[in-house]
Design a protein around this ligand. Structure first.
Ligand SMILES: Cc1ncc(C[n+]2csc(CCOP(=O)(O)OP(=O)(O)O)c2C)c(N)n1
Length: 829
């Protein structure tokens, strides 16, 4: 019998009783006893100033050390579920469980103390003050195991990370100590990462005797950036499993209170939770809430009482719990995990404790929070408080843990190198990273008959499907393309690249804003029945045993969606995973993901990804914000073959580039500057023969016989405009060379083409972008090297603070001048 029922003797509560219970369910959390140090004062509420047996019972439940926010959830079944769990008598914690909790609390704190004594003056971002995180994770993972969880994808920032690595992920303490010893600095010269950012894998031994595989994601310092990455990884792992995937794989994401409230990417990631393409059956969020961020107090960190408030935008529960009541913490952990499994919903646990030391251990917090730290310094560690409460002498446990850690430290000194804390899953075995070499290349051409058959499938839809007349026309044109009766455009080339890869068994996943149709009306991956809006996706019907094809319109976010797709690619190396920006310049909303994961992930963590970024780029007079995907920024990130940066100028080149990305064993992020106007220009269209020819060409040589006296070099759409201008001028002394792959720099191919033009007196880099943008700064020194003393010039727009003019007419004048200057010939008199 629930407490509520015990109090309310009649079967149906009276109206006033119902009102009392409703008030406590709704507002009780505002008076709950959540802060161990008492700085978070209860809110005075007239609704709760009631007395009587119902009020007493409700107050005990909703204003104790657990405060739950759930009355904003519209679904009555979910509210009832929480009421029942909250209002049923909490069984007393059995003695063995109490012992287990105590053991965890001791381990959490003694581990930190040992690190503190041994490695004085190094940063470790202690968990002290939030030691209850360990029993919380225990409870969540134990409950998840009851629901058949096989793996958990964990993400967290610096705070308590080393502790979690050892006590939850299951890495030996000796490995963590070895990182502090930093025994072999030469092995990581110029690379690697600090110990509180690297990932780890291991096993969590659940109370029911089963193991859960642990994957703690590597993350950068940039707080919360790892959130969507972890969720994307979980989704990939779930996709691998198929049915039952969301049961088997549970994401658990830990946050700092300041970061959770302040970083937009937390909100963006939560917003994806219920959206089909990104749903993971609910992630478990834990705010490790020490009521401080570095030196900043909550009232300076967020505009609301709780850092968790942004999660109220979703219909999901938030459990606040006082970190100094470990039994309540464990109870919340169980309820939260069960809720996730019952409804496939995210849950938030706000674990409110304190931070024992400064932001790091070398920081003095008494300068900025003198009063709070006076309290903290006088405060007993949780294991002592809890041991007294349950009447157990903890000293023998402390002694045992100290001995174990002593032994681990001796072991660490003997470890020769920093050991890897992570083992990659077997599905990574066929793939490699590192430096490029030409032996990695594979043929990507597809026989014409095969292209035709695939094209036929792509233009088909079921009988009775009511197709939109414009789409019908497009499909008819595609059919003509497939039959060799019409040149192939970029849209068809992409569909054929996907279709032929799918037939080979390669899965394809594409997401981005409006990516199903395509921003420029060019893709139409999903056909929509005009009578019932049902979808038909031809790429899901190209062959019986094909790879899966998924295309999703994403939420209007760059950072979280790219982070998610990067994460997905990390756990699905055999799939072609693409993220598309609406226009290329919007990619800067995802700059943290690009800088910290995509460009630097291999260097820092030795983790590979083959994620593809499709970034529409090109100067077409659409204004400052729809012209540039910022080629210059990607080139600045390029080093040691970490990424590929390409701009295919024809449909066939795009086809080969996409297939190459999936078919080579080399897993490297690929940045593609994709076309807008070029989507449909005849100059960039291709023939079936070009799609069946062997490979992507990093450099497209000039079509002439090598007698030109000037060579214009360029990338992308401007090359077609230069060719048209050359034709108009009937100029036969100028060669035009397309650099299709900017990075890794195609040195051999470009050198061969430049050398072939033995009569050339000058080489001119021509770009649409202003002088401070585009590939200019990257190309010039390289061209100078390859020109062997011959002149190298450049033609570009004047340096500019914004990428392009807002006036279409001004754009046209500039473009015309660009072409005129490109053909002006100062060296021939
Ligand atoms: C995006 C970003 N901005 C700034 C920082 C610098 N920084 C590191 S920790 C920290 C405070 C974090 O506070 P909180 O999220 O409450 O976690 P806590 O350290 O208290 O556990 C800041 C500002 C960062 N790492 N990332």
């Amino acid at each position: 019998m629930s407490r509520q029922q015990a109090v309310i003797e009649s079967a149906a509560p009276t109206e006033s009783q119902a009102r009392i219970w409703d008030a406590f369910r709704r507002w009780g959390y505002l008076q709950a006893n959540l802060d161990p140090l008492g700085d978070l004062k209860p809110v005075e509420l007239p609704e709760l100033t009631v007395s009587g047996p119902d009020a007493d019972a409700a107050r005990k439940i909703y204003c104790g050390t657990i405060g739950v926010e759930f009355m904003h959830i519209p679904d009555p079944e979910r509210r009832r579920w929480i009421e029942e769990r909250m209002e049923s008598e909490a069984a007393p914690t059995p003695a063995p469980e109490q012992k287990a909790i105590l053991d965890r609390l001791v381990r959490a704190e003694i581990f930190e103390q040992v690190l503190q004594t041994r490695y004085l003056g190094t940063k470790r971002y202690s968990l002290e003050g939030e030691a209850a995180l360990l029993p919380l994770l225990d409870a969540i993972l134990n409950a998840a195991s009851e629901h058949d969880a096989q793996q958990a994808v964990l993400a967290m920032s610096h705070r308590g990370r080393l502790n979690v690595m050892v006590h939850i992920v299951g890495r030996p303490a000796a490995e963590v100590f070895a990182k502090f010893e930093d025994v072999d600095p030469r092995s990581v010269l110029g690379g690697g990462d600090v110990k509180y950012h690297i990932g780890a894998t291991g096993e969590f031994h659940a109370a029911n005797g089963r193991d859960i595989g642990m994957h703690l994601a590597s993350n950068p310092s940039h707080l919360e950036a790892v959130d969507p990455v972890a969720v994307g990884r979980a989704r990939a792992k779930q996709t691998r499993i198929g049915e039952g995937g969301t049961q088997a794989i549970v994401p658990v994401i830990m946050h700092g209170d300041a970061a959770f409230a302040g970083q937009g990417i937390s909100a963006e990631t939560l917003n994806m939770a219920g959206v089909e393409g990104y749903n993971v059956g609910g992630s478990v969020h834990i705010i490790v809430n020490n009521l401080i961020g570095f030196t900043t107090v909550p009232r300076e960190s967020h505009s609301s009482r709780f850092s968790s408030d942004l999660s109220k935008r979703l219909p999901i529960p938030i459990f606040h719990v006082n970190a100094e009541d470990p039994e309540a913490v464990a109870r919340v952990g169980r309820i939260a995990a069960d809720y996730r499994y019952a409804f496939g919903s995210p849950v938030v646990v706000d674990l409110i404790g304190y931070r024992k030391h400064g932001h790091s251990e070398v920081d003095d917090p008494t300068i900025t929070q003198p009063l709070r730290y006076k309290k903290i310094q006088a405060h007993q560690p949780l294991w002592q408080i809890y041991a007294q409460k349950i009447g157990v002498d903890a000293e023998p446990i402390v002694e045992k843990v100290r001995q174990e850690l002593d032994a681990a430290q001796k072991e660490a000194e003997e470890l020769e190198k920093n050991p890897p804390m992570r083992k990659l899953p077997a599905y990574w075995n066929p793939y490699r990273g590192g430096r490029y070499n030409p032996s990695l290349e594979v043929d990507t051409g597809v026989p014409e008959a095969e292209l035709m058959a695939t094209g036929e499938a792509l233009a088909s839809y079921p009988d009775g499907f009511h197709i939109h007349p414009k789409v019908k026309k497009l499909l008819e044109q595609r059919l003509e393309m497939a039959r060799g009766k019409r040149p192939l455009d970029f849209g068809m080339a992409e569909a054929l690249a996907f279709g032929t890869l799918l037939k080979q068994g390669t899965p394809v996943r594409l997401s981005g804003q409006d990516s199903k149709r395509g921003t420029f009306n060019q893709r139409h991956a999903a056909l929509i029945d005009i009578e019932n809006e049902k979808e038909f996706i031809p790429l899901q019907h190209v062959a019986p045993n094909q790879g899966f094809f998924e295309a999703y319109n994403s939420t209007l976010s760059e950072a979280s969606v790219l982070g998610f797709e990067y994460g997905f690619s990390r756990d699905y190396p055999e799939a072609l995973v693409l993220w598309e920006a609406q226009f290329g310049d919007f990619a800067n909303g995802a700059q943290i993901i690009i800088d910290q994961f995509i460009a630097a992930g291999e260097d820092k963590w030795n983790l590979l990804s083959g994620v593809v970024l499709l970034l529409p780029h090109g100067y077409e007079g659409q204004g400052p914000e729809h012209s540039s995907a910022r080629i210059e920024r990607f080139l600045q990130l390029a080093a040691r073959d970490n990424i590929q940066i390409c701009q295919p100028s024809t449909a066939a080149q795009y086809f080969h580039l996409l297939r190459r990305q999936a078919m080579r064993s080399w897993r490297k992020p690929l940045v593609v500057f994709t076309p807008k106007s070029m989507l449909r220009t005849p100059a960039s269209s291709s023939t079936l023969a070009e799609l069946s020819a062997a490979r992507f060409r990093p450099v497209i040589p000039d079509s002439g016989n090598g007698t030109a006296t000037r060579v214009l070099l360029c990338t992308g759409k401007i090359g077609h405009e230069l060719e048209a201008e050359r034709k108009r001028r009937k100029d036969d002394s100028t060669a035009i060379v397309f650099v299709e792959q900017l990075y890794p720099f195609p040195e051999a191919e470009l050198a061969a083409e430049m050398d072939r033009h033995a009569n050339a007196r000058e080489f001119v880099w021509v770009q649409e972008e202003p002088a401070n943008m585009g590939a200019l700064a990257f190309m010039l020194p390289r061209l100078e090297r390859l020109a062997r003393g011959r002149s190298v010039r450049s033609v570009k727009r004047s340096a500019s603070a914004s990428p392009a003019t807002g006036s279409h007419k001004a754009h046209e004048m500039e473009q015309k001048t660009l072409l005129t200057v490109a053909f002006a010939n100062p060296t021939s008199k």
